[in-house]
Ligand binder design. Structure first.
Ligand SMILES: [Zn+2]
Length: 257
């Protein structure tokens, strides 16, 4: 059930990707000033990163039970803890990623005191998160080796707020073609359309929640997701929340009400 990094069907493809990843990781130090160039390694760690409860849909759940609760002051506090295994630099990166939510939306990530529902940020095997508020302690993993980057942190936090991957939107077939021939059936679920509440916002190729074009490919160099009608449109950026990502958070949580 829990999607993990390296959840790959073909051992030859896995070997290729592992070789690619290790090559990319050697460059990580050099590339820290250019996070978009890290997409190769980051995407591998993020594939299948959504821990989805099959029984509900976060963006369309009854009584908004899967959303975080708004206080009387209009803020939506999301308590969190950060594992002591992260360095102070990494903790700073996590706080910086959260600060964008805190300043541009009514979401306020706050260090947990004694709240029962909270996000526990841990260094597990990959980058992954549950979808929406699950109730109780919910883990959000940022593997130290590959996940602690601004856009990736925001991507996982956005899952915890209730957002699916952009390319699983209910209306995605008008905007992207899924190339099923390069996807192994065991990973089909990552490309299934969801009954999403699209919040009256346009499909956003630049969403931090959109997969890259080679996500889960079984053949190196073959696209699994192709934008239409213009196949050259960039997808899969992990620089950070897009304008529409921020707008959606504000709409979903009624920040302007
Ligand atoms: Zn994801």
């Amino acid at each position: 059930m829990r999607g993990r990094a390296w959840d790959r069907p073909s051992s030859s493809s896995r070997r290729e990707m592992e070789a690619l990843r290790s090559m990319l990781l050697q460059c990580v130090e050099m590339l820290q000033m250019a996070p978009s160039l890290l997409l190769g390694s980051a995407e591998l760690l993020m594939e299948g990163d959504l821990v989805v409860p099959r029984t509900r849909n976060a963006l369309a759940c009854g009584n908004n039970a899967c959303l975080w609760k708004k206080s009387s002051n209009g803020k939506v506090e999301v308590p969190y803890t950060v594992s002591s295994s992260f360095s102070s630099y990494e903790k700073g990166a996590i706080e910086t990623a959260m600060s964008v939510f805190n300043t541009q939306t009514c979401i306020k990530f706050v260090p947990r005191s004694s709240e029962s529902d909270y996000v526990a940020i841990e260094n597990r095997d990959g980058c992954f998160s549950s979808l929406g508020r699950t109730g109780g302690r919910q883990e959000l993993s940022l593997k130290r080796d590959g996940c602690v980057y601004h856009g990736i942190i925001q991507h996982e936090l956005n899952h915890a707020l209730g957002f699916y991957h952009e390319q699983t939107r209910s209306d995605r077939d008008q905007y992207v073609t899924i190339n099923w021939e390069y996807i192994d059936p065991t990973t089909y679920h990552n490309f299934q359309k969801q009954i999403t509440n699209n919040l009256d916002t346009p499909y956003d190729y630049s969403s931090v929640m959109h997969y890259g074009r080679y996500a889960f490919t079984t053949q190196y160099g073959k696209e699994t997701i192709t934008p239409i009608p213009d196949s050259r449109v960039e997808i899969g950026q992990r620089m950070g929340l897009s304008r529409t990502d921020i707008q959606r958070i504000n709409k979903l949580y009624g920040c302007c009400e």
